[in-house]
Ligand binder design. Structure first.
Ligand code: T4K
Length: 404
């Protein structure tokens, strides 16, 4: 349904574009019959969790796909990050981007480690190695990079800084399963990497994650810590937690893996369609993924240049919401502006000009197998209509906001 006049917009009384909401992060679901069969087999075995056969198979399949020898499946990526940080013995300060999901910093904070927020590169949205260097103090024990939107961090520069300054290097690879750079798959960079298989990720296990490392000693320690520190039936060798993945999650993970090529090709088709449509809308810029890299295309990210669109990112978001397009503002307002970090740094806020500018203009649009080509065409037509008619829309929004 095309919008032809302002009154067609749902915000001003028209019928919403979508009756059923279109979300960022609508789960991709693989072969349901195969999943149900795995669940039946699981019940027959009466083995529901604690390193069962599905978890072992899932780990083996991730190892084969990433080329990393040690894979430890976990209940979610947040616990995965905590396990890695604890197993590496991190303490003091750890440098981390503020442009990330809050879990990256919370995993440090939960262990009593101070996240020190670093700025990013404006074109890649990943941590800026030059900015990292300036934040290193005698208390720094590690750097945590985030492969934001599946874009591999500048791993060479980060490895160089970490090596020279004697720091550990960990990657939050929550967005970057099946991504790679220069022929190397994500999973093998740094001391360890952590994937997320949360329902909203392009490849899911309901909740879940996986830690990958090339270090056998670290892998053993993490495996033990995932299971309360148990090293045998009644022997506990270290502190630990419960980070285990359940069998039903692993069944979903394996089933998702079997459809991974379809998920990626649908995401790529969506990305290309958005890319072509957005290119002709003044003031919108699609975040470009590297052509030479291997990626999963799971996020469609645009930047809004208000000087050209005439409407702010938040005004555009408000209109999209009313039309049933639940676009997201990840990672607004930046982790440094969330609690407990904001209050802690009161009066001494970190200087993060690139992050601060980006959180005000970035927007993620719905993609994945739940979005049809017609849905994307309708969404981009709507964006074009909004921006072409920004002046009268802005007037109406002003009146509306004054009245409320
Ligand atoms: N590091 C990074 C860089 C991350 O992005 C994340 C998670 C993590 C670490 C931690 O990973 P995990 O511990 O979660 O494994 C969502 C996800 O919950 C979160 O996993 C993800 N990043 C983040 C970027 O997005 P929310 O709170 O914004 O959205 P949520 O989960 O409510 O769902 C988003 C939309 O998806 C909703 O509008 C509805 C839709 N949805 C969601 C679920 C769960 C569905 O349609 N079906 C569903 O089953 O965090």
């Amino acid at each position: 349904m095309h919008k032809r006049q302002l009154d067609d917009l749902a915000l001003f009384g028209g019928k919403p574009l979508f009756g059923e909401l279109r979300h960022v992060g609508r789960p991709n679901i693989g072969d349901r019959d195969r999943f149900m069969q795995r669940v039946e087999e699981m019940f027959d075995r009466r083995w529901l969790t604690n390193n069962g056969p599905n978890v072992v198979e899932f780990e083996e399949k991730i190892a084969a796909l990433t080329g990393v020898p040690h894979v430890i499946a976990v209940c979610n990526a947040t616990i995965g990050l905590e396990l890695v940080f604890r197993a590496l013995g991190l303490k003091g300060e750890v440098i981390v981007p503020a442009f990330t999901f809050v879990a990256t910093a919370h995993a440090l904070n939960w262990l009593g480690i101070e996240p020190v927020f670093c700025d990013i590169d404006p074109s890649t949205h990943t941590i800026d190695p030059a900015a990292v260097e300036k934040l290193i103090t005698p208390q720094t024990t590690a750097i945590v990079g985030v492969h934001t939107w599946g874009r591999v961090c500048d791993t060479e520069a980060l490895a160089e800084v970490a090596g020279r300054r004697g720091l550990r290097l960990v990657y939050d690879a929550a967005h970057a399963f099946a991504c790679g750079h220069d022929g190397v798959m994500v999973g093998s960079f740094g001391d360890a990497e952590v994937f997320s298989f949360h329902a909203t990720k392009f490849m899911n296990s309901f909740e879940g994650g996986a830690i990958t490392t090339r270090d056998p000693v670290l892998a053993d320690r993490i495996r033990r810590m995932r299971n309360f520190g148990f090293s045998g039936l009644d022997s506990v060798a270290s502190a630990g937690t419960n980070g285990k993945m359940t069998e039903i999650s692993a069944a979903m993970g394996i089933t998702s893996l079997e459809s991974i090529d379809t998920f990626i090709s649908v995401n790529k088709r969506n990305y290309d369609q958005y890319s072509e449509a957005v290119a002709s809308v003044d003031g919108l810029k699609l975040y470009e993924l590297p052509l030479e890299g291997l990626t999963n295309y799971q996020y469609v990210v645009i930047e809004v240049d208000k000087a050209r669109t005439g409407l702010s990112r938040d005004e555009i978001t408000e209109i999209l919401f009313s039309e049933g397009v639940i676009a997201r503002r990840y990672f607004f307002p930046g982790v440094h502006n969330m609690e407990p970090y904001k209050s802690r740094s009161a009066g001494n806020a970190p200087r993060l000009p690139i992050t601060d500018a980006l959180v005000g203009k970035v927007l993620q649009l719905p993609t994945g197998t739940a979005m049809s080509e017609a849905d994307i065409a309708a969404t981009t037509d709507l964006l074009r209509y909004i921006i072409e008619n920004h002046a009268p829309i802005a007037d109406r929004l002003r009146v509306r906001h004054m009245a409320s």
